[in-house]
Design a protein around this ligand. Structure first.
Ligand code: DOR
Ligand code: ZN
Length: 345
């Protein structure tokens, strides 16, 4: 490592939305070119709720990433109130499902089939605990009387703590944490609790989204919080603590669905994901901690091998495209048109 260049074990992305159809073909190569593996979110329409559906979806992802034959999509199951526990566990035993995802019903994009009461999935969660199958959590309380900026903190007290009391050995990834409350909670919990942190939550606070005009391309869920929370996330990510690892939550939507009177949540960070994280670690004088966060803590938590390949990033300016388009779809990437300090070699 020099001040202008860093070589890392090839990273993995532990939280990715690749979508399906045309969108999948367009976005998947961006993830596959930087990351060895990616945890694939199951919130399609209809959601991925069975082993058979995951097997088919995995084939479509492999077809879309055939230019990167070493890329490994790691599939997840979408938990519903009536999820079939036997199929879920069999899917995990067969190596199809790496983990299962809890979306509280109504929390975010395509979550209408999500869980309406955590007790409804206790049999599945008990089986997962026994099996050592990780639960990935979208940690937001969705009751209409809870302010959107408080939804993550409320989730900790109302759902997460009681759940872990009932299932103390369940492996849980608190996904895309956005608050100091969540970072502190993860740090003070046992080794079975970890968290992913996105690049955008390390870089933006709610002012970036709302001051001087609303920026629909910075709107995501959980929504960016105040500056003190961003600072806490930066500290957690760059601390070297094994409980925190890279998960972009890259979530592409077509331009018309973002720039709309009722715009979709999600930020398309995949095109330069590792470069955004490198920028943050450089700003924090913590480039020596980037490899743990991006390439080591995740596989260790999931019990998977650490990658053998390496990548190099160099401190050379590059411009982010204004849009990413093919004949059918236009998507605006995160930091469109801006210049980035780091570049994947
Ligand atoms: O901003 C988000 N977009 N948050 C989510 O939880 C889902 C995602 C999506 O699928 O678009
Ligand atoms: Zn997500």
């Amino acid at each position: 490592m020099t001040a202008d260049s860093i070589t890392l074990i090839k990273p993995d992305d532990w939280h990715v939305h690749l979508r399906d159809g045309e969108m999948l073909k367009q976005v998947a190569p961006y993830t596959a070119r930087q990351f060895a593996r990616a945890i694939i979110m199951p919130n399609l329409v209809p959601p991925i709720t069975s082993t058979a559906m995951a097997v088919d979806y995995r084939h479509r992802i492999l077809a879309a990433t055939r230019d990167y034959p070493d890329f490994q999509p790691l599939m997840t199951a979408y938990l519903t109130d009536d999820i079939d526990s036997n199929d879920l566990i069999e899917g995990h035993q067969q190596g199809v499902f790496t983990a299962a995802k809890l979306y509280p019903a109504g929390a975010t994009t395509n979550s209408s089939h999500g869980v309406t009461d955590i007790k409804n999935i206790y049999p599945a969660l008990e089986a997962m605990q026994k099996q050592g199958m990780p639960l990935l959590v979208h940690g937001e309380m969705v009751d209409s009387d809870i302010d959107i900026f408080d939804r993550e903190a409320c989730f900790i007290d109302t759902i997460m703590q009681p759940l872990l009391k009932d299932m103390p050995e369940l492996k849980v990834v608190f996904e895309h944490i956005t608050t100091k409350d969540a970072a502190d909670f993860v740090m003070s919990s046992g080794d079975n609790i970890a968290a992913t942190i996105t690049a955008h939550h390390l870089q933006i606070n709610r002012n970036d989204m709302l001051v001087g005009g609303i920026k629909p391309h910075l709107y995501c869920l959980p929504v960016a919080k105040r500056e003190q929370h961003r600072q806490a996330l930066r500290q957690a990510a760059t601390s070297g603590n094994k409980k925190f690892f890279l998960g972009t939550d890259t979530a592409p939507h077509a331009i018309d669905d973002k720039e709309s009177a009722c715009g979709c949540a999600g930020i398309f960070t995949a095109p330069h994901a590792i470069e955004h994280y490198t920028h943050v670690f450089d700003e924090e004088n913590a480039l020596d901690k980037l490899e743990a966060f991006a390439s080591i803590n995740g596989p260790n938590f999931y019990g998977l091998p650490i990658n053998k390949e390496r990548i190099t990033l160099v401190k050379k300016c590059q411009q982010v495209s204004e849009t990413i388009k093919d004949n059918i779809l236009s998507i605006v990437p995160y930091k469109a048109g801006e210049s980035l300090a780091w570049r994947l070699d």
